[in-house]
Ligand binder design. Structure first.
Ligand code: GLN
Length: 439
């Protein structure tokens, strides 16, 4: 099976087509914050690797030398990256070309793509809707055909949520499988970089290029595996778990699409079994407590001395809310009231997920509890956080989770989310492949 990216045109021609589409349509979609002015030069000099000619968008919280890693915030509006993140180095070494820096929620804090200092992104598939977030521009760029793939980051769903809403594939790898060196932290104990693509095969290929140990980052001692070569949709003997609790929290129109998708997995030989995740409802408050504390700590470097602006003076409402709450919880921590309890719940949720994954090989279910809202519709912070209910457990547990288009509800894409045991990315991708392309 081909383990490299295949192009219809020459790399130069292909890039020109992507740039042309961006020029015509991105005024409306707003997927990119900045384009790479050297892309055409770089494509001519690109090495003949496995990704030769692949046009890639990079989320604006990942360093790409010479481009701005703004995190879609005024805080870093003038920050030009002095180096390439390890993942970007690895993409370039295989011949991919960075076309630009994608839009996102400010500092990756959000689920809709609306909190960017550079304006919201539109969902290319349903233009009156949000694309999801926080990797809003990365998912939109792929869905709109501006790029073949994009890198996103996922702390609590930021790759999977927009992938689901935009009808593309997104993978959050096992924590520590992909080097975080060069990623600007939201919450370092949860953040992972991963691919967003149009199909499972390309996601597998990208993942095998960016995964694996790096000298620069402390991480799992895992070697990259040839996922794309070992992909198979044959699920004979694979046990797929569906949690009763998924049903409780998910809108019926989403459940309908997801259940049809499970029937297709059965048609490929899988056995679908019901499992229980009784602590699922605790995942959201646990996640947000941990994020507030870790994010508060990460933002202390933006005090105005190094990057120009003091974050509290220029950031948006959601980022400020998290800084204030993180500061409050940290002050109270001597009593162990919030953060320590959140860490206890984190262990409980992790244990429960791993126990469920002892009974089955993967868990499959919905990605978000509801469909994306209309752009401009006002949501309360708690309503916004509620989008993350089904995606944060994977981050809390450090396990891999991927999303593949499962169908549509009222014209809006719905993604099937697949969870696997730590480092079982291959099996997860196989299940995603079996569900793919059958809308
Ligand atoms: N929506 C979640 C949050 O706001 C997830 C963000 C992310 O994964 N970066 O924290």
């Amino acid at each position: 099976m081909a383990a490299e990216f295949v192009l219809e045109h020459s790399p130069e021609e292909h890039l020109a087509r992507c740039l042309d589409r961006i020029e015509r349509e991105d005024g409306r979609i707003n997927a990119f914050i900045e384009l790479n002015p050297r892309a055409s030069e770089e494509v001519r000099e690109a090495p003949h690797g496995r990704l030769r000619g692949m046009v890639v968008g990079v989320k604006s919280n990942i360093n790409v030398r010479g481009l701005r890693a703004t995190c879609a915030s005024r805080t870093l509006e003038n920050y030009v990256s002095p180096y390439d993140a390890v993942v970007v180095e690895r993409l370039r070494r295989e011949g991919a070309v960075v076309v630009g820096m994608t839009n996102m929620d400010e500092f990756a804090c959000g689920s809709s793509g609306e909190t960017s200092f550079f304006g919201p992104t539109r969902n290319p598939v349903a233009e009156d809707r949000i694309p999801g977030g926080s990797s809003s521009g990365s998912a939109a760029a792929v869905a709109a055909g501006f790029a073949d793939a994009a890198l996103g980051s996922d702390t609590g769903g930021s790759i999977r949520n927009p992938a689901s809403h935009c009808g593309v594939v997104g993978v959050k790898p096992t924590y520590g499988l992909v080097p975080r060196h060069g990623l600007i932290d939201l919450a370092m104990s949860l953040d992972q970089i991963g691919p967003i693509t149009r199909d499972v095969r390309t996601a597998a290929l990208l993942l095998e290029v960016i995964a694996g140990r790096s000298r620069e980052a402390s991480m799992l001692n895992a070697s990259p595996e040839p996922y794309s070569q070992r992909l198979t949709p044959d699920l004979s003997g694979v046990r797929v778990g569906f949690a009763r609790e998924f049903e409780e929290f998910t809108a019926p129109e989403i459940l309908g699409v997801v259940k049809r998708s499970l029937r297709r997995l059965e048609a490929q030989g899988a056995e679908v079994v019901e499992v229980e995740l009784p602590s699922l409802e605790k995942a959201l408050p646990t996640y947000y407590l941990i994020v507030f504390v870790e994010f508060f700590s990460a933002t202390r470097r933006y005090d105005g001395r190094r990057y120009g602006h003091r974050i509290e003076e220029v950031c948006g409402a959601e980022v400020l809310r998290r800084i204030l709450l993180g500061s409050y919880i940290s002050q109270k921590e001597y009593a162990g009231r919030y953060y320590r309890r959140a860490l206890q719940f984190r262990s409980l949720i992790r244990r429960e997920l791993l126990e469920a994954l002892e009974k089955v090989d993967v868990l499959a279910g919905p990605t978000t509890p509801k469909l994306p809202h209309r752009l401009g519709e006002e949501l309360s912070p708690l309503e916004m956080y509620a989008y993350d209910l089904l995606t944060v457990p994977a981050n809390l547990a450090g396990i891999p989770a991927g999303v593949v288009p499962a169908g549509r509800a009222g014209g809006i894409p719905v993604g099937l989310q697949v969870h696997a045991k730590p480092l079982q990315e291959q099996l997860m991708l196989n299940v995603m492949l079996a569900a793919e392309g059958r809308e």
